[in-house]
Design a protein. Structure first.
Length: 285
């Protein structure tokens, strides 16, 4: 494996740790530990997704192969569905922007603008129907079908708590920290612009050398980026809370890099992970 991919992974993990609550420059041993942990978790999730794909007799990984793993975790499942909706809306905005760029600005006939801007109301409903169809193929998803029909609205107390702490943290950032924070927010492990890029294959080989790259799809990339985001968001929040409790909210130490011990403690204090090995989707009977 080339050194470039290792440098890329280190940069991405470090950036995402910072965005989720670690310092501007996370500790190297913490970054390496989280990277190895994350790749191990993605291997478990991709294996489950692959098994579900094979059971469906499908050639490509799809949303359903990841959603089925989340269905026993209501808040996580709803966040996932909401993220898919957000992806869909963002893609429509991007397509609209590209369409507007291709219009001759000197043309006096504005009918082209009207055609582009008059988006049918049914497009949003089309995605909802598609997601409902996916959920209908899985047992016990009535709650999530109702969630979609009711406009994807729910009270996510855990996420609200995490976001509140992030907001408090950004207020105390220096200008340089905030600029870096904003730049890093858009970073993802997988690039949605190109599924077949060599970097994706290198990352997937690091996750699991046996992974069949031909099964990769845009839906899989979106799913994996969501999963990475959730794992790191929860892990950093746990490590931060443990540190805050131990240090009694000492303001000087609070914004220092999170030491490796706190990340390890965060995992040890997660029953789902300790009992199943699956940090995000594990189910304790």
């Amino acid at each position: 494996m080339t050194s470039k991919i290792h440098v890329f992974l280190e940069d991405i993990i470090s950036s995402l740790l910072f965005v989720n609550g670690d310092s501007m420059h996370p500790l190297a041993d913490s970054t390496k530990f989280v990277q190895n942990f994350l790749l191990g978790q993605l291997k478990i999730i991709l294996k489950c997704a692959g098994d579900n794909r094979i059971a469906r007799n499908a050639s490509k990984l799809e949303f359903i192969d990841f959603l089925v793993q989340a269905k026993k975790h209501p808040n996580l499942m709803k966040r996932f569905l909401l993220r898919i909706k957000t992806y869909d809306e963002a893609m429509k905005v991007k397509n609209l922007y590209n369409s507007l760029k291709n219009i001759d600005c000197d043309c006096e006939d504005y009918s082209s603008y009207e055609d582009i801007l008059s988006t049918p109301d049914g497009e949003g409903e089309e995605l909802s129907k598609s997601l409902e169809s996916i959920l209908e193929k899985m047992d016990g998803c009535e709650e999530y079908i109702d969630f979609i029909k009711n406009g994807y609205v729910f009270t996510d107390n855990t996420k609200q708590k995490i976001m509140k702490k992030k907001e408090e943290r950004t207020k105390s950032m220096s200008t340089d920290e905030y600029i870096l924070f904003e730049n890093n927010r858009s970073k993802t492990l997988f690039n949605t612009a190109s599924i077949k890029r060599a970097r994706h294959k290198q990352i997937l080989e690091m996750i699991d050398p046996q992974f069949d790259f031909s099964t990769m799809s845009l839906e899989a990339i979106h799913s994996l980026n969501f999963i990475v985001s959730e794992i790191l968001s929860i892990l950093v929040a746990q490590a931060t809370e443990i540190r805050s409790h131990i240090l009694k909210n000492d303001s000087f130490e609070y914004y220092e890099p999170i030491s490796l011990d706190y990340y390890k403690l965060a995992l040890k204090k997660t029953p789902r992970y300790m009992k199943t090995g699956n940090y995000l989707f594990g189910v304790i009977d």
